[in-house]
Design a protein around this ligand. Structure first.
Ligand code: ADP
Ligand code: MG
Length: 256
C-alpha cells in the first residue's frame, strides 16, 4: 500500500544545510498498523510530509497504492501534532469534520451521515455544535481524528498526535485509535517519539536513527491483537520489546 524507497531530504535555507533524512526505505502492507519511532529532530515529520505529498524529497521515491506521490494522494489523510492549529476556530465541530467532504464534492445527505458516524465513534456526538476553543485538548484531537475518519482514507498518517495531551487522555486515545484501525481496516503509519507507545500500538516498529536518518531496525510486535493498557504493558514480552527499541535507539544516537 505504501513504499518509501531510498528517501533523502536535505533542507537548504539561507546557506544552512540540514540533512534531515539520509536514506530511508520501508514498505507498509494494506491494512497494516506501523509505528515509526525516533529521537526528536530525526526527521519524522519530514518523512510524513514527504509521504503525504506536502514536501518534495531531495531524492528517492514514495508510492501510495502503486502510484508515485507527486502531490497529496487521493484517499490519504493526516492527523498532525498541533490539533490546535489544524482545526478552524470559526467553524463548529460538525463543520470542521465536514470540510474535507465538502471539498471532495460529496452530496449533503452522505456528508451528514459520515460526519455523525465519525463524531459518534470518537464519543463526540454531543459536541457537534461546539467551537474547537470550547473543548479540551484531548477533545480537539478527537475532532481532528473524526475528521480523518469521516474522510474514509485508505492510508492514515499520524504525527505524534497525542504528544500534547495528559497521560490518561493519551491512554484513552491510544485505545481509540486501535479500535478505529481494527474497525476500518485502514493502513496506518503512526509517528511517535514515545517508545512505549510505539510498542503498545502497532504491529511493527520502524526505528529511526539521528540525522542523517536511516532505518535502524524494523521490528515485528508479536503481541496479541487484544491489547489492554494495564495487562499488555505488564506482559514480559512487552518489556522485552520496549527494551529492544530503547537499546537500538540509544545505540543509533551514540553512533551518529
Ligand atoms: P522530527 O519530527 O523527528 O522532530 P523534523 O522532521 O521536524 O524532525 O526535523 C528534522 C530536521 O530537519 C531538524 O534538524 C529540523 O530542524 C530540520 N527542519 C525541519 N523542517 C525544516 C525546514 N522547513 N527548513 C529547514 N530545516 C528544517
Ligand atoms: Mg515532528
Amino acid at each position: 500500500m505504501l513504499t518509501v524507497k531510498e528517501l533523502r531530504k536535505t533542507y537548504d535555507t539561507k546557506g544552512r544545510r540540514v540533512e534531515a533524512i539520509g536514506d530511508v526505505s520501508f514498505s507498509v502492507a494494506d491494512g497494516e498498523f506501523v509505528c515509526v519511532v525516533g529521537p526528536s529532530g530525526c526527521g519524522k515529520t519530514t518523512l510524513l510530509r514527504c509521504i503525504a505529498g506536502l514536501l518534495p524529497p531531495t531524492s528517492g521515491e514514495v508510492h501510495v497504492d502503486g502510484r508515485p506521490v507527486t502531490g497529496p494522494p487521493d484517499g490519504l489523510a493526516v492527523v498532525f501534532q498541533e490539533y490546535g492549529r489544524s482545526l478552524f476556530p470559526w467553524l463548529r465541530v460538525f463543520d470542521n469534520v465536514e470540510l474535507p467532504l465538502r471539498a471532495a464534492g460529496m452530496p449533503k445527505a452522505e456528508r451528514i451521515e459520515l460526519v455523525t458516524e465519525a463524531l459518534d465513534s470518537v464519543s463526540l456526538g454531543e459536541a457537534h455544535g461546539a467551537y474547537p476553543w470550547q473543548l479540551s485538548g484531548g477533545m480537539q484531537q478527537r475532532v481532528a481524528i473524526a475528521r480523518a475518519i469521516a474522510y474514509q482514507p485508505r492510508v492514515l498518517l499520524m504525527d505524534e498526535p497525542f504528544a500534547a495531551v495528559d497521560a490518561q487522555t493519551r491512554a484513552d486515545l491510544e485505545d481509540l485509535i486501535r479500535s478505529v484501525w481494527r474497525r476500518l481496516g485502514v493502513t496506518l503509519v503512526f509517528v511517535t517519539h514515545d517508545i512505549d507507545e510505539s510498542v503498545y500500538l502497532g504491529q511493527r516498529v520502524i526505528m529511526l536513527s539521528s540525522p542523517p536518518t536511516s532505518v535502524v531496525e524494523d521490528l515485528a510486535v508479536d503481541l496479541p491483537a487484544e491489547r489492554d493498557q494495564l495487562a499488555t504493558r505488564s506482559e514480559p514480552r512487552f518489556t522485552e520489546l520496549r527494551g529492544r527499541v530503547y537499546a537500538q535507539i540509544q545505540k543509533a544516537k551514540q553512533e551518529s
